[in-house]
Ligand binder design. Structure first.
Ligand SMILES: [Fe+2]
Length: 220
């Protein structure tokens, strides 16, 4: 079992239209999937890798964030600071800054962070964003630049055994089930409309079990 990367970051918007204008039309992400019903939307924007997404919930009563600049210290009960997106080149970094500035948006930087340069800006929901052009490769991990490194860092970059309990009773395949969530109707709808298909490598048995449960709500 290995985590492969970020599938989606999920944020809140009070206005999906302005959010689409920003992420699709200004940043250039693909508006990929979405679901909506009365007073509620959940839309996804896809990066060119086809895997990573930024998602938004829009619902009645939602409001924009309070602004906090990336990295600024706060004692507020916040667990989120900012999100950084990668760009491929110096030209892309400054090209994005140009587009943001022409759009009348506030942009800070570029800032030289040693291994990469960054610009900082906000989306229409005041979500603090960064675009990063990394131009150096790290050759040995963990590579730290710290006066007094933590002892735990000296243990190495890879998972250290013995700190968490081992699984003694792994979930049986017959118990690997999922309850129906808000996006469940997308499968039937997208299959019927030719908007989606099962991913390669998904077994025929699994596909059939889902299709039979979709058509028989009493079957799980
Ligand atoms: Fe950052």
């Amino acid at each position: 079992m290995n985590l492969q990367g970020i599938n989606h970051l999920a944020f809140i918007t009070d206005d999906m239209v302005k959010t689409i204008r920003f992420y699709r039309d200004l940043l250039g992400l693909k508006l990929s999937t979405g679901i909506g019903h009365e007073g509620y939307r959940h839309y996804f924007f896809q990066f060119p890798d086809g895997v990573t997404h930024v998602a938004f919930f829009e619902y009645d009563g939602a409001s924009v964030m309070n602004r906090k600049f990336p990295g600024d210290r706060t004692s507020l009960p916040l667990g989120f600071d900012h999100v950084s997106f990668s760009v491929d080149s110096r030209e892309d970094l400054f090209g994005l800054r140009d587009r943001l500035e022409v759009a009348g948006l506030e942009v800070e930087g570029a800032v030289d962070h040693g291994l990469f340069w960054s610009i900082y800006f906000y989306d229409p929901n005041n979500i603090p964003l960064e675009a990063t052009w990394q131009f150096m490769d790290v050759l040995k991990y963990p590579a730290m630049s710290e006066d007094d490194p933590l002892d735990i860092v000296n243990e190495g970059c890879d998972a250290q055994p013995g700190h968490w309990p081992a699984v003694k009773n792994p979930t049986a395949e017959s118990d690997m089930c999922a309850e129906s969530g808000n996006g469940h109707p997308m499968r039937q709808h997208f299959l019927a409309q030719g908007l989606a298909r099962f991913s390669s490598g998904v077994s025929r048995d699994f596909q059939n079990s889902l299709l039979s449960s979709d058509t028989d709500p009493n079957k799980t």
